[in-house]
Design a protein around this ligand. Structure first.
Ligand code: IPM
Ligand code: MG
Length: 353
């Protein structure tokens, strides 16, 4: 297969993990005879510094012309503590999602057998927890009408029927590929936008009689996720709730550095780790490249290259089993492996297997 990838490394640890993601993709391409090419483009603080825009037109063009975007992270502390900053790195990511029409964010929450003891939750609770959060990504408060005055400010949480319907269809498709259990997460006891979500879901559920649909308020879902994570199979929710719940979900596995995600919709699909740019670790060769590498597995699977995706996943599991791990998940007294060493080990394992 011929694939043209837009490579957006971004900020902080982004460039380091991006290199490892690319190396894994190249190793897979070589092994299976695929023709994969890369075009690098600027995003986030790196793009603001270079051209004054967190998502420049040229980057949009490169993304549009690509078959997929492999994205790493954006964010820089110099903007975090400056509420007056006119332009922020995060706007690059939001602009990219909106302009590429990426309304469906797929965030799997998986655990790894060898890392269960690292979860902040008790091992018996997280063992075999395996669910997917489908987060709506281009609507709600993130993109609704805003006002920012000195004495008053607001964000509007607006959703339309068609926005809700298309994301629910995707969620139902995922449920059908999995354990056929969909949980619609909302705040319908308080929010009008949530009541629209619930009405649309109740109208649609009859079309999917083979899927068990249930409804849960977001506060309750936040609690259930840590009390009984195995309850969930597929959960679907609006943009803001999904942002919050997926950070919570990511720590169930023991490290935020392990979870990949995919964003799909009308334009070029995008694959990215769910962790951020971790500026404190920048350049230190300590960031875990696995979430980026697993994003490569999701990218391959998106193009129906399931054997290739499975090989990447096996390589990741083998690296964990072999204690080839970055410091935050290494066993006490275990050897030191950095971002590069873990990536390299995985590349070599792919070549040899
Ligand atoms: C995420 C991030 C982004 C979001 C930020 C960086 C804008 O937290 O992808 O979850 O809020 O969507
Ligand atoms: Mg987030």
């Amino acid at each position: 297969m011929k694939l043209n990838i837009a490579l957006l490394a971004g900020d902080g640890i982004g460039p380091e993990i991006s290199v490892q993601g690319r190396a894994v993709l190249e190793a897979v391409a070589q092994k299976f005879g695929h023709d994969i090419s890369f075009r690098e483009a600027l995003v986030g603080a790196a793009a603001i510094d270079a051209v004054g825009d967190p998502f420049p037109q040229e980057t949009l063009t490169i993304c549009r012309e690509a078959d997929a975007v492999l994205f790493s992270a954006v964010g820089d502390p110099k903007y975090d503590n400056d509420p007056t900053a006119k332009v922020r790195p995060e706007q690059g990511l939001l602009a990219m999602r909106k302009q590429l029409g990426l309304y469906a964010n797929i965030r799997p929450v998986q655990t790894f057998k060898s890392l269960l003891h690292l979860s902040p939750l008790r091992e018996e609770l997280v063992r075999e927890a395996d669910f997917v959060c489908i987060r709506e990504l281009t609507g709600g408060m993130y993109f609704g009408e805003k006002h920012e005055g000195t004495d008053e400010a607001w964000d509007t949480n607006k959703y339309t029927r068609s926005e809700v319907e298309r994301i629910l269809r995707i969620a139902y498709q995922y449920a059908r590929m999995r354990r056929r259990h969909l949980t619609v997460v909302d705040k319908a006891n308080v929010l009008a936008s949530s009541r629209l979500w619930r009405n649309v879901a109740q109208e649609m559920m009859g079309e999917y009689p083979d899927v068990q649909t249930d409804f849960m308020y977001v506060d309750n879902a936040a609690m259930r996720m840590i009390q009984e994570p195995r309850f969930f199979d597929v959960m679907v929710t609006e943009n803001t709730f999904g942002d919050i719940l997926t950070d919570e979900g990511s720590c169930i596995s023991g490290s935020m550095g392990l979870l990949p995600s995919a964003s799909t919709g009308s334009g070029t699909p995008l694959f990215e780790p769910i962790h951020g740019s971790w500026p404190q670790a920048k350049g230190k060769n300590i960031a875990n490249p696995l979430a980026q590498i697993l994003s490569v597995a999701m990218l391959l699977e998106h193009f129906a290259l399931s054997e290739e995706g499975a090989l990447v996943r096996r390589a990741v599991n083998e690296s964990l089993e072999a204690n080839v791990r970055t410091p935050e998940i290494q066993v006490p007294g275990g050897a030191h492996y950095g971002t590069r060493e873990v990536g390299q080990w995985i590349v070599e394992w792919i070549r040899a297997n």
